[in-house]
Design a protein around this ligand. Structure first.
Ligand SMILES: [Zn+2]
Length: 179
């Protein structure tokens, strides 16, 4: 995976410089300098709504879920084995960060990084069964996304061209909302 990491280092430096007590005007200014305005506003809105959930297991494993406008997404902040350290299960992350490589984070990852910095994640303890349920929830979400994405190609006869366009346009709107 050939993602330019320098913009991410700058983004992380700015996030790590945010005042942990409260976001200042200077913090906001710097964030809006390196992220699109809608990403910053979207991330802060998610935090305000208490939509960044941090699950911790008894053995110290941490997972995040972010309740977005189009779904609930799994966010990982330490994917050390991959070429990119973060992961979000939203379509915008795949589209803009992994494929087009013109964004460093979707709003869910930015919200999770900021909520961690500001200590405002909604914290929950997680049992092994809960962890299993979270993965099942996320994997089934991914399957739905893929089926919507491939709707036009996979369904030759029953779907009209108009319906296929609708599906693609709904998918695009969802992606735009998440970045
Ligand atoms: Zn996302």
């Amino acid at each position: 995976m050939d993602i330019p990491l320098e913009p991410l280092r700058v983004a992380n430096a700015v996030i790590n410089s945010v005042n942990p007590q409260d976001l200042t005007d200077d913090d906001l200014y710097r964030l809006q300098h390196i992220f699109p305005e809608q990403t910053v506003i979207g991330a802060l809105d998610l935090i305000d709504r208490g939509n960044v959930l941090k699950y911790t297991t008894a053995w110290g494993h941490t997972e995040y879920e972010v309740i977005g406008s189009s779904g609930t997404y799994l966010v990982l902040l330490d994917v050390s084995s991959a070429g990119y350290p973060y992961f979000c299960s939203c379509p915008a992350f795949v589209h803009y960060v992994l494929q087009q490589k013109n964004h460093t984070m979707c709003k869910h990852i930015l919200a999770t990084r900021l909520a961690n910095r500001l200590l405002v994640c909604i914290e929950r303890e997680m049992q092994p069964d809960d962890l299993a349920a979270l993965y099942i929830r996320q994997f089934s979400l991914t399957d739905q996304d893929q089926s919507a994405d491939n709707l036009a190609a996979a369904e030759p006869a029953p779907i009209s061209r108009l319906q296929a366009q609708d599906a693609v346009s709904i998918q695009k709107q969802a992606i735009l909302r998440d970045i």
